[in-house]
Design a binder for this molecule. Structure first.
Ligand code: FAD
Length: 487
């Protein structure tokens, strides 16, 4: 071993960071170790710890396949370990580390409370065998907890958080880290040698825990192309259009947003790569540059905010409302209405078209996420947690922190500064953001023939249900329910 390295052999534990470029843990291992291998651990709870559904799991698995190839090209083996239970991870990590004879482990930090507890348990288990683990900041731009109010508390409201973030961290270096260069082949054991004891494989099995969606769909998932290469390509394509972001981002019929969320959440792309691109185009400015770029950077700070929030308020990870008094909202419990909402059969076209977009593509436009969430929690007065769970189960870009934050924002149980009587009117949202009904007609062809005016609130139409509720009346009732709570 050359003196240049601290360790002869190191192990990188990949989780939601499935890429070779700008991967902090991988980069740290490359700097510190003469020879490195990667490991990915799957167990039903890894895939489904937050109600993740098949779309997200299949996307992640496809990213993992590409990662294995990219690492292989660099002579870095990736081991794949299947476990039955989440609580077996610490012991298994200690065993793998010993079996592979590594003297250090590297991983990028994850922030939901169960993941943090698991990571601490892994640290302890590795300590027992004298192997240190280093967790790096990678999923966020700065470590959660780094941005504090003058009195040392976490920010509870987005706008002051954003201001403080730009003041304190905006001048930081967000240059992406390079991918590792091809290394000399090293004598890592082949999977056959270790399989018997640990079910540790060096190739990802075609079917993991019953998920064979990737193979079936020829690598394309609901029209999404998974993997780091596709994520980087999408980032470059979006760069061409970033200046128009502010003007176009609210119109679901226009492809005006980046659609990078699935890549960011699988870690096939890093938030630093996004910020770096945007700052390069904005002459290094977070604000005061192109309106489109300023606005897009602001959205990335929303993502940062929600992730910092779940660390500052771990109760959010237990699906508790941010505002405790809203635990008393008399949610309706109407399962039939909920099913109609899930299936896009509420009789309110913009809501139904949005829910069908989710079902058919695994993704929903941000404006519509707000509209359908407001409709479910205010007009149908259904518990936001039902919607949160359904979204997580369907979304290809499901992210616990952003999803929880978005739902609580819409339900007025969260950190939002706006008062609880903000209830979106789905018809006016539809008229404003899908004026000619292009989006509605795409997902609800039975409304194709209606005029631009009628398509938002159709007369009795064959093949389309009447509205599930009167939005004005239900709005009033929701406001009363929240007002009682305050009183
Ligand atoms: P762009 O508009 O191009 O934004 C770029 C990136 O910024 C996004 O990829 C995302 O990482 C981040 N971002 C943008 N808006 C937000 C936001 N409001 N909150 C947090 N981050 C944001 N986003 C998820 O990534 N996963 C979720 O599970 C999720 N659930 C949501 C649920 C509800 C009820 C709501 C209202 C929003 C939710 N969002 C979620 C936020 C937002 O809708 C998506 O990030 C966005 O639509 C993704 O599309 P895009 O990549 O084209 O975004």
């Amino acid at each position: 071993m050359s003196d240049r390295f601290e360790h002869e052999r190191g192990l990188v534990w990949f989780r939601t960071d499935l890429r070779v470029h700008d991967n902090t843990a991988l980069h740290r291992a490359v700097q510190a170790c003469h020879s490195i291998a990667g490991v990915y651990i799957a167990c039903p709870e890894t895939w489904q710890s937050h109600d993740e559904g098949d779309n997200l799991v299949a996307f992640r698995l496809a990213c993992l396949r590409e990662l294995q190839e990219s690492l292989g090209e660099r002579n870095i083996p990736l081991y794949f370990l299947e476990l039955k239970r989440f609580d077996q991870v610490p012991e298994a990590m200690a065993q793998i580390a010993r079996k592979l004879e590594v003297s250090a482990v590297f991983a990028n930090a994850e922030y939901p409370v169960n993941e943090r507890q698991r990571d601490e348990a892994v640290r302890q288990a590795l300590k027992q065998v004298d192997i240190p683990i280093e967790y790096s900041t990678d999923r966020t731009l700065v470590p959660p907890g780094a941005i504090k109010t003058n009195s040392g508390d976490a920010y509870k409201v987005f706008t002051p958080f954003k201001r403080a973030f730009i003041d304190q961290c905006g001048g930081g270096d967000f240059s992406p880290l390079p991918a590792p260069r091809k290394r000399e082949p090293a004598d890592w054991p082949s999977w056959l040698q270790v399989k018997a004891e640990e079910n540790l494989r060096q190739t990802i099995p075609a079917t993991v825990a019953g998920y064979d969606a990737v193979a079936q769909k020829d690598g394309k998932l609901l029209g999404w192309e998974p993997g780091e290469k596709a994520g980087l390509r999408r980032l470059r394509e979006f760069e061409e259009n970033i200046d128009a972001y502010e003007d176009e981002r609210d119109y679901p019929a226009i492809d005006g947003t980046s659609k990078l969320s699935p890549y960011l959440n699988a870690g096939a792309l890093s938030v630093r790569q996004c910020v770096h691109m945007a700052l390069e185009c904005n002459r290094g400015r977070w604000k005061g540059g192109s309106e489109g770029i300023d606005c897009w950077l602001s959205e990335l700070i929303w993502r940062e905010f929600y992730t910092h929030l779940i660390v500052a308020y771990p109760r959010l990870c237990k699906h508790k409302p941010f505002k405790p008094e809203t635990e008393g909202v008399p949610w309706s419990g109407d399962e039939l209405a909920f099913r109609r909402w899930c299936k896009g059969k509420t009789g309110v076209p913009i809501v139904d078209a949005a829910m069908l977009q989710l079902e058919k593509t695994g993704w929903m436009h941000n404006r519509l996420r707000m509209v359908v969430a407001s409709f479910l929690t205010k007009n149908l007065l259904i518990d936001w947690r039902w919607g949160e769970r359904y979204f997580m189960n369907q979304l290809i870009d499901g992210d616990f922190a952003s999803n929880n934050g978005g739902w609580q924002w819409a339900a007025s149980t969260g950190t939002d500064a706006a008062p609880y009587f903000r209830v979106f009117n789905p018809y006016s949202q539809s008229e404003k953001f899908d004026r000619h009904g292009e989006f509605i007609r795409h997902f609800l062809p039975q409304l194709k023939k209606l005029s631009d005016k009628e398509v938002h609130c159709p007369p009795p139409t064959e093949g389309y249900p009447p509205p599930i509720c009167d939005v004005k009346e239900t709005r009033k009732k929701a406001i009363e329910a929240f007002a009682d709570l305050k009183g």
